[in-house]
Design a protein. Structure first.
Length: 240
């Protein structure tokens, strides 16, 4: 493969990966607590079969924008939003721990409060949150819960330093290091009857989509031109 074709092909692959990430962002624009992904581009210097060096654009790594989305009033008694850097703690199916900003909780037949996926919501101290179905529940700004005047415990809301969390599904995250458990988030306020919207801007995503599409089309044309040049070169050599 010649340097031009190799570089263009690498650019096409990088833009395809970027389009996949953008599509995932748009698909989750209505998912409460969703955090959009982006990409860092880099240049990889490689050696072709011919021995020539070429610089190839690649996506070095993905990054997640953890900025807070807008808070929407729902009025739901088990809809909780976080104002600040904290995360709700939930139990994953395998017995581990995951963290989410999606506070659209539900109560099952046993009285356990869970996420939409059925993951139990955890209180400070590690116990799962349980309530009496049908009775009103109130939450204070620090996450302390009461039902019919009786205390239920406090939601386990913790925060992490930059780079400590990695995505594990649409609105769930795990620590990159399994030993990391987060620390208390005193600067985070729990709000009842609200949900945090995804931090995806539809107009921004549309502009980004147009830009990526145009770049992809330009690279496709460059690849076609390169292929045509190679074909003509082979034809000229054949004449000789």
């Amino acid at each position: 493969m010649d340097p031009l074709t190799s570089t263009v092909a690498s650019g096409l692959r990088a833009r395809l990966e970027a389009l996949d990430m953008l599509a995932n962002n748009v698909a989750n624009a209505s998912t409460a607590g969703f955090k959009k992904d982006g990409e860092f581009y880099g240049i990889f210097r490689g050696e072709l079969d011919s021995g020539a060096d070429t610089d190839m654009p690649v996506i070095e790594k993905n990054w997640t924008d953890f900025s807070q989305g807008t808070l929407q009033t729902t009025g739901g008694a088990l809809d909780f939003a976080l104002s600040g850097p904290g995360w709700f703690t939930v139990n994953s199916p395998g017995g581990g721990t995951m963290y989410t900003r999606n506070g659209n909780f539900h109560v099952n037949s046993t009285g356990a409060v869970t996420t939409q996926e059925g993951y139990p919501v955890r209180l400070a101290g590690g116990a799962p949150l349980k309530i009496q179905p049908g009775a009103p529940v109130s939450v204070a700004a620090d996450g302390s819960l009461t039902q019919s005047g009786a205390p239920l415990g406090r939601l386990n809301v913790v925060e992490f330093a930059a780079g400590e969390l990695t995505r594990n599904g649409a609105s769930f995250f795990r620590p990159a290091n399994a030993a990391t458990t987060g620390k208390p988030a005193p600067g985070t306020e729990v709000l009842q009857g609200k949900l945090e919207n995804a931090n995806v801007s539809a107009p921004e995503a549309a502009v980004r989509l147009v830009g990526l599409t145009r770049t992809f089309e330009s690279l496709q044309r460059a690849l076609q031109i390169g292929s045509e040049m190679n074909r003509k070169s082979i034809e000229e050599l054949a004449k000789v």
